[in-house]
Design a binder for this molecule. Sequence first.
Ligand SMILES: NC(=O)c1ccc[n+]([C@@H]2O[C@H](COP(=O)([O-])OP(=O)(O)OC[C@H]3O[C@@H](n4cnc5c(N)ncnc54)[C@H](O)[C@@H]3O)[C@@H](O)[C@H]2O)c1
Ligand SMILES: O=C(O)C(=O)C[C@@H](O)[C@H](O)[C@H](O)COP(=O)(O)O
Ligand SMILES: [Zn+2]
Length: 353
Amino acid sequence: MSKQEIIICQNFKKELTEAVNAHSFDKLFILTDEHTNVQCLPLIKDMDFIKDAIQINVGPEDIHKNLETLAYVWKQLSEKGGTRHSLMINLGGGMITDLGGFAAATFKRGISYINIPTTLLSMVDAAVGGKTGINFNDLKNEIGAFCPADQVLINSEFLKTIDRRNLLSGYAEMLKHGLISNVSHWAELLKFDTYGIDYTKLQQLIGESVAIKEAVVEKDPFEKNIRKALNFGHTAGHAFESFSLHNNLPVLHGYAVAWGMVCELYLSHIRVGFPKDKLRQTIQFIKENYGKLNFTCEDYETLYNFMRHDKKNSSSGIINFTLLADVGDIRINQTATQEEIYELLDFYSETMG
Ligand SMILES: NC(=O)c1ccc[n+]([C@@H]2O[C@H](COP(=O)([O-])OP(=O)(O)OC[C@H]3O[C@@H](n4cnc5c(N)ncnc54)[C@H](O)[C@@H]3O)[C@@H](O)[C@H]2O)c1
Ligand SMILES: O=C(O)C(=O)C[C@@H](O)[C@H](O)[C@H](O)COP(=O)(O)O
Ligand SMILES: [Zn+2]
């Protein structure tokens, strides 16, 4: 996989101009959703190269990260004169960088693209590392490809218009990066005041978070082994997210991951000895900031069936988890029986109240 350039912006317009000028292209497309069209596009609208760009605007959020929207983007690229030498800019959160990245990966078998993430989640996670795709058949990211953006420009100015829920959603992936990396980063994240946000501190934490992801992806871009660490919390998390999407009550990805981490930290504790005090502290933080997803034991089978679709599984039907023996002590390819999975859902229900 080609190396991706990640730019933590100091002078956003200059760096974006350089990123665009690094490509030779015939047409420039810019993908936005209805919100980033209003909140983010104005920040770059006066730039020279944008004046000739063709905008593709789609509906927001995960309900639109689907085949229909993807087909619309392909159609626009095709009808508005896109060629294999065209360049695409994805301006938005993870929904836009996942869907736009996949459209770019597949249109005429692949065109170059640049990500400009505009949510916290996309800055620290979605825009980085080359996983692109769409939800399909009620399942998260069921269709996709590994295809990195040539450049990712991280400009924290975009966070000024993000609401608290979306900030917390991104923060959950940062917490995941803390748990898979080292105790000092994890402890710093738990100390951070999520009510009175210090944006200077947040910017420093964003830089550290991206670096953690970048280092993992560099070692294993196609998730054959250690990249499975970045999927910590997602076996249960994606089941919660798919379950909610299926019930027409979608939850934000980061919230589902936070709840998934509660389950998988518990499994880590009983299976590989994740320390009880760190389990308690992390769960306390998640409980205070993310609340709880409601389900009953009648939903266990549905949740279990969603977990059976996790991409880490192989055909044996056994569910694969990434667990932690301690903060930063990663154990990939761990498995759990149906009984154990029901037990961790019991733990979740009892602990989260
Ligand atoms: N590819 C990966 O490695 C990866 C990693 C993590 C998550 N994801 C995916 O990312 C998606 C979630 O991404 P997300 O949390 O960024 O959600 P999102 O893209 O849906 O954005 C959340 C909301 O914020 C709005 N928004 C975006 N930028 C804004 C801004 N600057 N100001 C105001 N509003 C703004 C959007 O329009 C949307 O309404 C999920 O589909 C998830 O599966 C992918
Ligand atoms: O980059 C990765 O690798 C991740 O797993 C990051 C996750 O936060 C992200 O949600 C990813 O899209 C999950 O991928 P999937 O392969 O489980 O669909
Ligand atoms: Zn995620």
